[in-house]
Ligand binder design. Sequence first.
Ligand SMILES: NC(=O)C1=CN([C@@H]2O[C@H](COP(=O)(O)OP(=O)(O)OC[C@H]3O[C@@H](n4cnc5c(N)ncnc54)[C@H](O)[C@@H]3O)[C@@H](O)[C@H]2O)C=CC1
Ligand SMILES: O=C(O)CCC(=O)C(=O)O
Length: 414
Amino acid sequence: MAPPTHQKESLKKDKIHILLLEGVHQSSVDLLASRGYTNVEYLKTSLPEEQLIEKIADAHFIGIRSRTQLTRKVLENAPKLIAIGCFCIGTNQVDLQAATELGIAVFNAPYSNTRSVAELIIAESILMLRGIPQKNAVCHRGGWLKSAAGSFEARGKTLGLVGYGAIGSQVSVMAEAMGMRVIFYDVITKLPLGNASQINSLDELLAQADVVSLHVPELPSTKMMIGAKQIAHMKPGAILLNASRGTVVDIDALAEALKSGHLAGAAIDVFPVEPRGNDDEFQSPLRDIDSALLTPHIGGSTVEAQENIGTEVAEKLAHYSDNGTTTSSVNFPEVALPGHVGAHRLLHIHKNVPGVLGAINQVFSENKINISAQFLQTNETLGYVVIDVDAEYSDLALEKLKNIPGTLRCRVLF
Ligand SMILES: NC(=O)C1=CN([C@@H]2O[C@H](COP(=O)(O)OP(=O)(O)OC[C@H]3O[C@@H](n4cnc5c(N)ncnc54)[C@H](O)[C@@H]3O)[C@@H](O)[C@H]2O)C=CC1
Ligand SMILES: O=C(O)CCC(=O)C(=O)O
């Protein structure tokens, strides 16, 4: 095969437009710059749907945190979008099905803020058991509530964790170190760490725990998981902690339980409706309740976590852009790809239906294009084929591959 006569460039890096929202850490911008991506538009807030649709039209990559809603409508208006970076753990703010159907890869940082959330929960367990929010509020109003009534040590109390994944299990270990008894409820059987024990039903856990802490993702099955009925199952004087998602708890039912005194307190970090930015008003039925410790969705907001998340997610986006690697994508088949020095790399994302692979291979056999490396990975919905070819053939192959029925996205890397 003749050596390539000219070495063209794929979309030049300075033409790759990256839209970063919600004030993601500067480490993301630095990492992208170190990989040659300087065409970055950086905003401190999320955007409402119409403005987002306008901005995303030109974006090849977008980086968000938990507030930006990437709905099907938004994604359908993002013709150039290659990948989404969620600079957080949760990906419920993205319509993952729509992203998958459109061939847009989604990445997140599954562990970078785990420890930060777990530490906050431990701190809140102690503060809530001592009734600190109420005592603090009284002091601010000029009062003095020096009393041991309703104040308890954490030692010996039962902590009930709902969801025993990365965060729940970290909390478990730290809580045991303080002498708490840990029980947990999870939909799948988990290896209990230390002396923790798995409980068979949510109701059973609620009936036993002095402190209940929620660590489940937002799913149809976790929406309103804790409503009036579940709160009624909790011990009188128990405490509820929620740093998972605002939709998991019926906030009105919680407000009632705090007002009636059935629950001694609640520490809530996430809300059904959260302000878009720091200048918007926070509204909640819990605002006037002293026994509610309210935080503005900062469970994962530590300097360490945000810096790590910035580099981790930016690295994943740059890697996918540079060589097609999809390792740890939340919706794409995962492929860890070697470099492609001297070859052009075609990335073909298609619906996982019969006939597409045959059609892809036909393009190369019919046009006598030699393949120097080929990688294939599929999941239930998608097929992802990566093919390295001599430079002179990539234009032709790209054109042919794009026209194969079932193709979602196809691009070439030089
Ligand atoms: N407040 C904040 O700033 C932060 C909030 N989060 C939230 O915390 C959630 C949990 O994070 P990780 O522990 O890393 O997730 P994970 O995926 O490691 O663990 C979630 C656990 O919940 C379990 N689960 C799912 N559905 C369940 C159900 N219906 N009942 C009981 N258990 C169920 C899963 O089996 C899994 O073990 C995230 O999805 C995110 O929404 C995460 C980071 C920061
Ligand atoms: O820091 C954020 O904006 C979101 C944190 C969070 O909720 C997550 O990581 O899932």
